[in-house]
Design a protein around this ligand. Structure first.
Ligand code: ADP
Ligand code: MG
Length: 688
C-alpha cells in the first residue's frame, strides 16, 4: 500500500507527511502516540470543583475571546460538555493557542482548575484536538495523542485524522516479525503485529509500555547486531601487524620514566601489549579521568610501534594540547634518539612541507598534531599505530580517514569523558576498553567551593597568600561563539582588574583568538613558572598539564556545563600540593546551574560527574551522538532504557556467535531487515 492510497490524501497533506518523514503507511504506523488520555480518568466538567490536582476534561469549544488590553492580553475559551461549562485561559502565547480552538470542535484539556468568578478555569492547560467521544472509533481504550508539528497543523492533519488513518492501516496491513521467536519468548515481547495494534489502541498503559519496549528493543538489537558484526569483520579482514616490545620500550620504562606506574596504567599497558601481539588489529579505548596519566600509556604504545620499525600518528583536538604532547615526547623520547615532528594547521607552508616530507620519507617516527594530520596530503611511510587523544572531539569518520593512511594500523583512543563503564561498553561496542580508575599516588583531590561576589576580596587575599608561597593560578572566563565579543571583553576586563589588584605578580591573558605562536609562548611561560596568574578563556580546557598550578578560579561558573567544569578542575591537583577550585557564579542562578555547582562541590569523582551530566543533558548532547557513531534512536533512550540495551546486546552477541551470517532458517526475516541497516553502518565505520 502506498501513502496515496489512504483516503482523502490531498497533495497538501501528502507533502506535510513527507516533510515529517512519513513516506509510507508503515512510517505512519511508526508514528507512536506521545501520550494517551485515559478515558476512565476523564472528569465531567460539573465535577471540576472537587479536584485540586490536574485532571483531564473533554469538551466542545463554545466560544473564544481575547480579553484585556495592550501587553496584558489573554485568551479565554469556553468549553462545554454535557454536564457544564468551564474556561481555559492563556496569558502567554495566546496568538498560538487561539488557533488550536475551532468553534464546535472537540478538545481535551489537562490542567488544574480553580474557580474565578462564575467559571471553573484552567490556566495554560495542555490542549489536544480530538474526535468527539461519540465519533471515536476506538472502543474502551486509551485515547492516543500523536505528535504534531507545523507541517501537520498547516495541512490540518489533526490528532483525529491521524487516528483514523492509522486505524485503517492496521486493518489492512499484514505484518512479518523479524525478531526471532526465541528472543520474543525470552523477553515476553508481543509479536510485531500485536505490538502495533496495542501501541495505537491499548487497553492498559502496561500493555502499551510492553509494546513500546519491544520497539525500543528492535532499535537496540539492530544496532548491537551491526556493531558486533563490524567488530567481527574487522578481526576477520584485517590481519593486525604484530608488534613486540623491544629495547626502546624497556629502556623508557626502566631508565627514563621518573615515576612508578599506577595499577590502572600498568593494566592498560598490558591490555595494549596483548592486542599488539595478537595478530589482530587493536581497537582500544583508554578511559581515565583527567590527571589519571593517559599520556604515558600512549607513549608506551608508541614505543612498541617504533621498536618494530613502525610510525605513529598521535592526534589531539587542539593546538595547545598537540604542542604539549610534542614537548612531553621531546622530554621523554629525545634521549632515546627518536625522531618526531609537530603538524598543525597554523604552520608556515615551508615548515609544513618539511614536516610532510619527513613523515612520508619515514624519517619521522612520530607525527604529533591536530586535525591537520587527517588531510590528504599527509602520507606516511609505514603507519603502524594511530593514537587519538580526547577522542570524543573527533568523529568516527575522521578516525577511519586516518586509519586509511596505513595498512590496518592499530588504533588507540583515549578519553577523559568518564562514561559509566557499562554504558561505554555498549555504545562503543566496536572498541575494547581499558579503564584507569586510580590517580597517581600522592594526589590530593582539589577542594572546591562556591563564592559570591561579596566574598571576592577574601578569595583574592587567599590567592595572594598562595602565590606568595610559589603557587600558580588559573582564572577562567567563559567564551562562547554567540557572545564572543562580549566574552572577550569580559576576560580582558577581568585581566585588567587583576593586574591592578596584584601589581607585583606577573599576570597574563590567553584566549582563542590569539595566533598559535602567541598562545604557545604564553602557555609555556606559565608552564615554566614565569607567569603566576594566567587569565584565560576555555582554550586551556583540555589536557593541559602544569603541576605547579594549584588554584582554579572560574568566573561566571554558572555558564559552564558540568563535564566542562570538571575538566577545568582537572587542570589543577596534578602535583602533590593541595589545590583549590573556586567557583564564582553570577547571582541569579537557574535550578540546573545550582545543581551543577552543588555537584562540583560534592564530588571529585569523574564517573559520578559524568553520570549526573548525562542525566542533565541527555545522551545526544553529552556524547555528541552523531560523532560518536551512535545512531539517533527514535524511541529508545540509552540511559533510561539501559536494561533493554543490555539485553539487546546479549541477544545480538548470541546470534553473531552462532550464526554470524544469519543463514539459519529462523533468521531469514531478520536477515532481510538487517542487510540494508548493516550496510549503512558498516560504510560509516569504514568497513565496506
Ligand atoms: P591525563 O590522563 O589527564 O591525560 P596526563 O597524562 O596529562 O593525564 O598526566 C597528568 C600528570 O600526571 C602529568 O604531569 C604526568 O607526568 C603525571 N603522571 C602520570 N602518571 C603518573 C604516575 N604514575 N605517577 C606520578 N605522576 C604521574
Ligand atoms: Mg590528557
Amino acid at each position: 500500500m502506498k501513502l496515496i492510497d489512504l483516503h482523502n490524501l490531498s497533495q497538501k497533506r501528502l507533502k506535510a507527511l513527507h516533510q515529517s518523514g512519513v513516506h509510507s503507511p508503515l512510517d505512519l504506523l511508526y508514528l507512536f502516540p506521545r501520550r494517551y488520555i485515559d478515558k476512565s480518568n476523564i472528569q465531567p466538567i460539573r465535577n471540576l470543583h472537587r479536584f485540586s490536582e490536574p485532571v483531564t476534561i473533554l469538551g466542545k469549544v463554545k466560544s473564544k475571546n481575547v480579553a484585556g488590553y495592550k501587553n496584558k492580553r489573554r485568551l479565554e475559551v469556553i468549553i462545554q460538555d454535557n454536564t457544564g461549562v468551564c474556561k481555559a485561559v492563556f496569558f502567554k502565547g495566546w496568538r498560538y493557542f487561539i488557533n488550536l480552538f475551532e468553534e464546535d470542535s472537540w478538545v481535551s484539556l489537562y490542567g488544574t482548575a480553580k474557580k474565578y468568578g462564575k467559571y471553573m478555569s484552567m490556566a495554560h492547560p495542555e490542549v489536544e484536538q480530538i474526535e468527539s467521544l461519540d465519533e471515536m472509533k476506538i472502543p474502551d481504550t486509551l485515547i492516543p495523542i500523536y505528535p504534531s508539528n507545523k507541517h501537520f497543523s498547516k495541512a490540518y492533519i489533526s490528532n483525529k485524522i491521524i487516528t483514523g488513518w492509522i486505524q485503517d492501516i492496521l486493518k489492512s496491513v499484514q505484518f512479518d516479525d523479524f525478531l526471532p521467536n526465541d528472543i520474543l519468548s525470552e523477553n515476553q515481547f508481543p509479536t510485531r503485529e500485536k505490538a502495533f495494534h496495542v501501541i495505537h489502541q491499548p487497553k492498559t498503559r502496561q500493555e502499551a509500555n510492553r509494546a513500546l519496549e519491544r520497539f525500543k528493543f528492535e532499535e537496540f538489537f539492530l544496532f548491537e547486531l551491526s556493531m558486533m558484526k563490524i567488530k567481527r569483520q574487522r578481526i576477520e579482514r584485517a590481519p593486525g601487524i604484530r608488534l613486540k616490545p623491544g629495547e626502546l620500550t624497556k629502556k623508557f620504562f626502566n631508565e627514563i620514566l621518573p615515576f612508578e606506574l599506577t595499577n590502572g596504567q600498568r593494566n592498560s599497558l598490558s591490555d595494549i601489549k596483548k592486542d599488539l601481539l595478537s595478530g589482530n588489529q587493536m581497537n582500544r579505548l583508554i578511559q581515565g579521568d583527567v590527571g589519571a596519566g593517559k599520556t604515558v600509556v600512549a607513549i608506551g604504545s608508541i614505543l612498541m610501534a617504533i621498536d618494530n620499525g613502525y610510525q605513529t600518528a598521535f592526534m589531539a583536538p587542539t593546538e595547545i594540547l598537540a604542542e604539549q604532547h610534542y614537548y612531553t615526547i621531546k622530554e621523554y623520547l629525545e634521549p632515546l634518539g627518536i625522531n618526531f615532528r609537530l603538524l598543525t594547521g597554523s604552520q608556515s607552508t615551508s615548515l609544513r612541507n618539511d614536516v610532510l616530507s619527513d613523515i612520508a620519507g619515514g624519517n619521522c617516527e612520530i607525527a604529533v598534531g591536530t586535525h591537520a594530520i587527517f588531510q590528504e596530503k599527509v602520507q606516511f611511510n609505514n603507519l603502524g599505530l594511530v593514537v587519538i587523544d580526547e577522542q570524543h572531539r573527533f568523529g568516527v569518520k575522521q578516525r577511519n580517514e586516518i586509519l586509511q593512511k596505513g595498512d590496518h594500523p592499530h588504533l588507540l583512543v583515549m578519553s577523559a569523558t568518564p562514561i559509566p563503564r557499562s554504558l561505554a561498553m555498549t555504545i562503543y561496542s566496536d572498541l575494547d576498553i581499558s579503564v584507569i580508575k586510580d590517580l597517581p599516588a600522592g594526589r590530593k583531590h582539589a577542594k572546591t567551593a562556591v563564592r559570591s561576589d561579596a566574598e571576592r576580596e577574601a578569595v583574592y587575599s587567599f590567592v595572594n597568600k598562595q602565590v606568595e608561597t610559589g603557587d600558580q593560578v588559573y582564572v577562567i572566563f567563559p567564551l562562547i561563539e554567540e557572545s564572543e565579543a562580549m566574552d572577550l571583553k569580559d576576560a580582558t576586563m577581568g585581566y585588567e582588574k587583576l593586574k591592578k589588584r596584584f601589581p607585583s605578580f606577573s599576570i597574563d591573558l590567553l584566549h582563542g583568538q590569539m595566533d598559535s605562536g602567541e598562545k604557545e609562548s604564553k602557555m609555556r611561560k606559565f608552564a615554566e613558572g614565569e607567569t603566576q596568574i594566567l587569565v584565560s578563556t576555555t582554550v586551556i580546557e583540555v589536557g593541559v598539564d602544569v603541576p605547579n598550578a594549584t588554584i582554579m578560579m572560574i568566573e561566571h561558573a554558572e555558564r559552564f556545563g558540568l563535564s566542562q567544569l570538571h575538566q577545568l578542575r582537572g587542570r589543577i591537583g596534578r602535583g602533590e600540593k593541595q589545590s583549590y577550585c573556586i567557583l564564582l557564579p553570577d547571582q541569579k542562578l537557574t535550578e540546573s546551574a545550582k545543581f551543577r555547582l552543588k555537584k562540583m562541590v560534592e564530588t571529585t569523582d569523574g564517573f559520578e560527574i559524568a553520570e549526573a551530566d548525562l542525566k542533565l543533558r541527555g545522551p545526544g548532547d553529552f556524547l555528541g551522538t552523531k560523532q560518536s557513531g551512535l545512531p539517533e534512536f527514535k524511541y529508545a533512550d540509552i540511559v533510561e532504557d539501559r536494561m533493554l540495551l543490555e539485553s539487546a546486546k546479549n541477544s545480538a552477541r548470541d546470534i553473531i556467535q552462532t550464526d554470524p551470517d544469519l543463514r539459519s532458517s529462523n533468521h531469514q526475516k531478520l536477515r532481510k531487515v538487517f542487510k540494508p541497516y548493516y550496510k549503512e553502518r558498516a560504510e560509516f565505520f569504514g568497513i565496506g
